[in-house]
Design a binder for this molecule. Structure first.
Ligand code: AMP
Length: 235
């Protein structure tokens, strides 16, 4: 395999492209994609106890309390064997307290992080992406009404699930989410900077362009060994 079993967190504001990028890392590099946002949306749709607890935070673009998010992720990461194959956490951690909570969980399991990748984009790009985003209701894949259209309108290319608009991608909630993110980001970045884990990734451009950029970064870090990843090999 071209990629080592690497464990990373993907940081960045809403609309930075974390979800789409994490899906490509999963499909092409074999790093398991775990998204707190997706977990929460799934639980809300199923009407579980967890879903009911997080519903109002997600609907309003507010952060779910740190202790609860860390508990949910600890559970997902400690289920048997998970984490051994490498993973990419998307949308978690979002605060320095969550980062410390994650460290405690990973240290207990002897699975330290390899890196924290901060995906950056100007605000106008973030707003444009969020406002035109379509999400598969079944597998969570992301599309965009103009820049990343599905092959068949309204249908996911990967699983044929129905594409929907996220309720929290409404203009007022987008503004709240960007504000909340801006309040948390500095201490979060300092946390990983102090650990010498922080890497910046320019998130401007088409997802495949950003993916290529990330591959260059990973090659420099020795995380992937050749230009050929799984998807390219199987073509
Ligand atoms: P996302 O899909 O990452 O944009 O997350 C959607 C929503 O889920 C956020 O606006 C929050 O309400 C909630 N959420 C996701 N991840 C976290 C997290 N790490 N901490 C707190 N809330 C979160």
């Amino acid at each position: 395999m071209a990629a080592a079993n690497i464990r990373i967190v993907l940081l960045g504001p809403p609309g930075a492209g974390k979800g789409s990028l994490a899906q490509l890392f999963d499909q092409r590099l074999g790093w398991r994609h775990l998204s707190t946002g997706e977990i929460f949306r799934h639980e809300i749709a199923k009407g579980t106890a967890l879903g009911r607890r997080v519903q109002r935070y997600v609907a309003n673009g507010r952060l779910v309390p740190d202790a609860l998010v860390v508990e949910v992720m600890a559970h997902r990461l400690t289920a048997s064997g998970k984490g051994r194959r490498g993973f990419v956490l998307d949308g978690f951690p979002r605060t320095a307290a969550q980062a410390a909570g994650l460290d405690a969980v990973l240290t207990r399991r002897g699975l330290p992080l390899d890196g924290a990748i901060y995906v950056t984009s100007p605000r106008e790009v973030l707003v444009r992406r969020l406002a035109g985003r379509l999400v598969c209701s079944r597998c969570g894949a992301n599309y965009h009404v103009r820049t990343m259209r599905p092959k068949r309108p309204g249908v996911c290319d990967q699983c044929r699930g129905a594409l929907t608009t996220r309720k929290d991608d409404q203009p007022a909630t987008i503004r709240t989410r960007l504000r909340v993110d801006a309040q948390q980001v500095k201490p979060l970045l300092s946390y990983y900077q102090q650990q010498r884990l922080l890497r910046r990734l320019n998130g401007i451009g088409h997802i495949e362009t950003v993916y290529r950029r990330s591959r260059q970064l990973f090659r420099r870090l020795g995380w992937v060994k050749s230009a050929h990843d799984r998807a390219q090999k199987s073509r």
